[in-house]
Design a protein around this ligand. Structure first.
Ligand code: 6PG
Length: 483
């Protein structure tokens, strides 16, 4: 047995991960269901390092040194299930199977429990950074046992992105923690993208800026707290001119956003855990709404009187101040969205006993992944200063930032509503913050309604643990205290 680690599945992501490992001096066994892919990898990249190709799965397994580590990089779902079963039959106690795909964390929990019975470690591992990241340094989020991380960790840390000399990889926690954190990373990615898209739309349709002007605005935001990979990506997309038509590239793309499921999983899991993640949910719903072409057409053709106001900015100064307000609204909403994502991780960590270090999650997202940004340093520092932070919103850096952006943020949300330009994630992030800061919420009225029609009971402000019910149907409407 001569290979340090194996990669099963040589699509672009798998092949790049294998090459990254080989380039870092690890001997990598490679296997793919159709052997052609393995041959192609060897023909093109064999000189990049020590590869051990196999055409039979048994040879692949036999080439791995013990305890064996096999990374699976195949399509999540049925594909992963089948490969896990094939490997299970060939591996021994102490060996480690790593699923590097975007798998739903409950599937990972189920597989982990079942393989544990056989003494095999199953590691659900989030990998972010797309194809380029897999090759040049991704952000890596492995779950599973500490024992498996002791064997795997050094290899993974060597191939991950590094920021300030620190690897963007750490042991997230046991069980499905790695895949859960990757799922929430994607949920935050959805929210961040939607917020940026809303900023673009407002600049264009309220601010009256042209696409190249908006690209220049985004480029200038690199020098602000918004500096991030997604802002870079946005700038590049907006700067592109379609060669065929000469139009702005963004104008030739069909405006129906796709999705592969991780945003919905994040939202569904939040609903299940009872955590509010409105920015992530709005971003997911916005993709769905954009893709509801029949409904969009029907409502558009109904030509409803929108009641929208014509809003214009006459002077350069007014326009600049609107651009600035949008930047502040974007920053405020971004803080709210990240606070929601971290809250979801914190809640899952408590629910499942994972003990996830939230500051470390922000640290491993600083490089390699899609949401990489300067901003994440502030999150790491916030959790280092106060590991039990109730919400990122109250960390001193963010609380101060929110206070300074809130007036502009309110202005932008109100303007968007008046102008009839949809900004669901901006608006719901603001409402989220206002809900959390309110002294009293109308939830009291909801409790009253629930008690009225379903005897669902309520607590009193002067007796918060007592259970009360009003005898609504009786004349006196007496209040009873229940046990
Ligand atoms: C990453 C990305 C990657 C991705 C998802 C989401 O971390 O490298 O999050 O996992 O972009 O595939 O894709 P959809 O937008 O298609 O859901």
């Amino acid at each position: 047995a001569s290979a340090d680690i194996g990669v099963y599945g040589l699509g672009v992501m798998g092949a790049n991960l294998a090459r990254n490992l080989a380039r870092h001096g690890h001997a990598v066994a490679v296997f793919n269901r159709s052997h052609q892919r393995t041959e192609r990898l060897m023909a093109r990249y064999a000189d990049e390092g020590a590869f051990v190709p196999a055409s039979e799965l048994a040879d692949f397994v036999a080439s791995l040194r013990r305890p064996r580590v096999a990374i699976i990089m195949v399509q999540a779902g049925a594909g992963t299930e089948a490969v896990v079963e094939q490997l299970r039959a060939l591996l021994e106690p102490g060996d480690i199977i790593v699923d590097a795909g975007n798998t739903f964390y409950k599937d990972t929990q189920r597989r982990e429990a079942s393989l544990r019975e056989q003494g095999i470690h199953f590691v659900g591992m989030g990998v972010s950074g797309g194809e380029e990241g897999a090759l040049l340094g991704p952000s890596i989020m492995p779950g599973g046992t500490q024992e498996s991380y002791d064997r795997l960790g050094p290899m993974l840390e060597s191939i991950s992105a590094h920021v300030d000399g620190t690897p963007c990889c750490t042991h997230v926690g046991p069980d499905g923690a790695g895949h859960f954190v990757k799922m929430v990373h994607n949920g935050i990615e959805y929210a961040d993208m939607q917020l940026i898209a809303e900023a673009y739309d407002l600049l264009r349709h309220v601010g009256g800026l042209s696409v190249p002007e908006i690209a220049a605005v985004f480029r200038s935001w690199k020098d602000s707290e918004l500096d991030s990979y997604l802002i870079d990506v946005t700038t590049e997309v907006l700067e592109r001119v379609d060669p065929a038509t000469g139009a702005a590239f963004v104008d030739v793309i069909v405006d129906a956003a796709g999705q592969k499921g991780t945003g919905s999983w994040t939202t569904q899991s939040a609903l299940e855990l009872g955590v509010a993640v409105p920015a992530i949910a709005e971003a997911t719903f916005a993709r769905a709404a954009s893709s509801s072409s029949a409904q969009r057409r029907a409502v558009r053709e109904a030509a409803l009187d929108s009641g929208a106001r014509e809003i214009g900015y006459d002077t350069a100064e007014e326009r600049q101040s609107f651009i600035d307000a949008v930047r502040q609204a974007l920053y405020g909403s971004k803080i709210a969205a990240y606070a929601q994502g971290f809250d979801e991780i914190a809640t899952a960590s408590t629910t499942y006993g994972w003990d996830v270090d939230l500051g470390a999650m922000a640290r491993i997202w600083r490089g390699g992944c899609i949401i990489r940004a300067r901003f994440l340093d502030d999150i790491t520092r916030a959790y280092e200063a106060e590991p039990a932070l109730a919400s990122l919103l109250v960390a001193p850096t963010f609380a101060t930032a929110l206070e300074s952006v809130l007036p502009a943020w309110r202005e932008v949300v109100a303007t968007a509503a008046l102008a009839g330009v949809p900004a669901p994630a901006f608006a719901s992030s603001l409402a989220y913050l206002d809900q959390l800061r309110a002294e009293r919420l109308p939830a009291a009225l909801i409790q009253g309604q629930r008690d009225f029609f379903g005897s669902h009971t309520y607590h009193r402000t002067d007796d918060p643990t007592g259970v009360y019910h009003v005898l609504w149907a009786e004349d006196g409407r007496a209040e009873e205290k229940w046990d």
